[in-house]
Design a protein around this ligand. Sequence first.
Ligand SMILES: CC(C)(COP(=O)(O)OP(=O)(O)OC[C@H]1O[C@@H](n2cnc3c(N)ncnc32)[C@H](O)[C@@H]1OP(=O)(O)O)[C@@H](O)C(=O)NCCC(=O)NCCS
Length: 190
Amino acid sequence: MENAKSVNSSRTTITELMIPSYANFGGKIHGGILLSLMDKVAYACAAKHAGTYVVTVSVDNVEFKKPVEVGELVSLHASINYVGRSSLIIGIRVIAENIKSQEVKHTNTSYFTMVAKDEDGKPTEVPGLILESDDDIRRFLEAIRRKEIKNAYKGLLDDAKTSIDIDQNLYLLQNERCIVKRDRDMESLW
Ligand SMILES: CC(C)(COP(=O)(O)OP(=O)(O)OC[C@H]1O[C@@H](n2cnc3c(N)ncnc32)[C@H](O)[C@@H]1OP(=O)(O)O)[C@@H](O)C(=O)NCCC(=O)NCCS
């Protein structure tokens, strides 16, 4: 791994002022605006490390804990948490600052998986990652753990999709806020 690079060499921050045109009908900032900024910072961070074009493959842990207001200054701090052969996991910490009071809130931390592509559009190997601090090591280990959990979860989700027998599981809907009105059930009423 002679071309390995440190986490610090690709650390990237984007800061943007939240203007009124970014607001939704409730007056708060659209989730999509924040997602777009997160994708941009993930791209810049991953491309810096890879030295190639990169694409977004998956996004994990997007959960907006607090609304972002018009007029706040949003900073997105991105760093490489993990590298595989062609994939990179970027951790993004999103902070919103009230400019007048300088109060700062953490709105979310999310993880973007990106894949480096060569000029033919094929996945290509990325440099290894030099872990220089305990935080770097912890984030790399956490990313491995999340990958394992995600793979197990994906298997369960695939099973859930293919193996549900609707009639046998209808009772599960009894306490849910839904009304079953299938054509089939309607016919039996007639
Ligand atoms: C990402 C992509 C290149 C993977 O293609 P593929 O034929 O599955 O390639 P591979 O099997 O060689 O996988 C390449 C890497 O992606 C990783 N990968 C593939 N699918 C993944 C997923 N759903 N989640 C996380 N990682 C994934 C693989 O683990 C592998 O990582 P590694 O090289 O570090 O071991 C392909 O699916 C693609 O181009 N998708 C579209 C991406 C895009 O256009 N994004 C923009 C959003 S519109």
